[in-house]
Design a protein around this ligand. Structure first.
Ligand code: SR1
Ligand code: MG
Length: 416
């Protein structure tokens, strides 16, 4: 049966898995175990031995951030493993290698990513990652395209939907914490300073924002477009100067593609708005803010290019079969279909990015880039600027026609 492991129990457990014991080398008594989980849900251990290291992720039967009062099914480890397998097939270079999975123990042993850092920490520290935009765009384009009706036969896609349809508890977290709670009085909502009381009340009274976020919630509930990561914020991305890995897909299910794209864009924008809080006289962070906005542009444009390339070369699914569009009129129609599809996906992404930004400031789970700004007035100013842009993105997402419209609006809302 299940038991939560600790630094004493883990070596004995791993010693019984030959390929893992072999990676670590030596005897279990020589292995170093450190619990390093700083996420909201799980235990994460780094285990190192004389030969090498592994990362071990184990689900707890409750939400770590809140405690045992909020039970959460262990089955999320099963869904995470299923997603990792699908992501490894579609985007192997960005997916960590899996060494072992134990559904009963809700535990997965993975490649130890060294010297990778969590992208969110790099963004707070002002570090540039030259491969990030391309790699994340590649990951999203490949995982979303190859799990959609554009690539899969309909029966296979339905089989995959059935695998993930049990991940209801994790989806419910998103439905509540992202699409609902920030717009009502909710016990778990909080914000860092009373300076935000007024704007939080504005959101709770904002009928247009509530209608817009509910429309997005509808897309999240209804639109089984592709297998999405489901929590693709910058805390789920590990980077070096040369490599990018996407971790933690326990929220995966069949949902709208724009939810993943919006997560990346929204979290980059939050990092942009946090930069003044990390500026020093020697490092005013202005160039870095521009670098972040350039990443927003590159993530979308590279995603669009790679996704359309896959649609041109690899469209083996049941949607838009090639023989229906073979003649010149059909080719022209297909070009319009693709343009409309990308326009709709862009608009979805803008809306989901906005919802992600608002929840990280007014909801339960916050982010390091903003939380570590020591000056309360400065932090509140950064947060309010982010909220003002996000509110406009949410309510007027149709007005954002190109990615340049978004980065221009962000620059205007940022501190000049
Ligand atoms: C109670 S879980 C809060 C958040 O942590 C995860 O990373 C997801 O973003 C979730 O919404
Ligand atoms: Mg996570």
């Amino acid at each position: 049966g299940y038991r939560a492991l600790d630094d004493v129990g883990l070596p004995a457990y791993l010693a019984a898995i030959p390929n893992v014991a072999d990676k670590l080398g030596g005897a279990p008594a020589e292995w170093q175990v450190r619990e390093v989980g700083d996420g909201n849900l799980n235990l994460v251990f780094i285990v190192t031995g004389p030969r090498g290291g592994v990362a071990v992720k184990q689900a707890l039967p409750y939400v770590r951030l809140v405690g045992e009062s909020w039970p959460l099914p262990l089955s999320r480890a099963f869904f995470e493993h299923e997603a990792l397998v699908a992501q490894a097939a579609a985007a192997p270079a960005q997916t960590p290698a899996i060494h072992h999975h134990d559904a009963e123990m809700a535990l997965t042993v993975m490649e130890l990513l060294r010297p990778h850092v969590i992208m969110r920490k790099g963004l707070a520290a002002g570090i540039r990652y030259p491969k990030f935009a391309h790699d994340v765009a590649h990951f999203m384009a490949h995982t979303l395209f190859h799990t959609s009706d554009l690539a899969l036969p309909a029966a296979e896609k339905k089989r995959r939907i059935a695998v993930f349809c049990g991940n209801t508890a994790l989806c419910k977290i998103t439905e509540d914490l992202i699409f609902t709670d920030p717009y009502r009085v909710a016990e778990l909502n909080h914000w860092t300073s009373p300076q935000l009381d007024g704007i939080a009340a504005e959101f709770r009274a904002d009928t247009a924002a509530k209608a817009a976020v509910s429309e997005l919630k509808g897309r999240f509930l209804i639109h089984a477009e592709a297998m999405i990561h489901g929590d693709l914020h910058t805390g789920s991305i590990m980077v070096t100067a040369t490599e990018t890995k996407v971790i933690d897909p326990e929220f995966a299910f069949y949902g709208p593609m724009g939810f993943d794209i919006g997560a990346v864009i929204g979290n980059l924008l939050l990092a942009f708005f946090a930069q003044p809080g990390h500026a020093t006289a020697a490092d005013p962070r202005e160039d870095y803010g521009r670098w972040i906005l350039d990443q927003v542009t590159q993530v979308w444009t590279k995603f669009e290019g790679i996704f359309l390339g896959l649609w041109r070369d690899d469209a083996t699914g049941d949607l838009y079969p090639a023989d229906l569009f073979a003649d010149p009129a059909g080719q022209a129609a297909l070009r319009r279909v693709k343009a409309d599809y990308m326009e709709r996906l862009f608009s979805d992404s803008i809306g989901f990015a906005a919802a992600k930004m608002i929840r990280r400031i007014l909801g339960l789970a916050h982010i390091e880039e903003l939380e570590t700004i020591a000056d309360a007035d400065l932090r509140a100013d950064c947060e309010m600027r982010a909220l003002r842009l996000a509110r406009d993105m949410l309510v007027n997402r149709g007005a954002y026609r190109r990615i340049g419209d978004l980065t221009a609006a962000a620059a205007t809302h940022g501190r000049g």
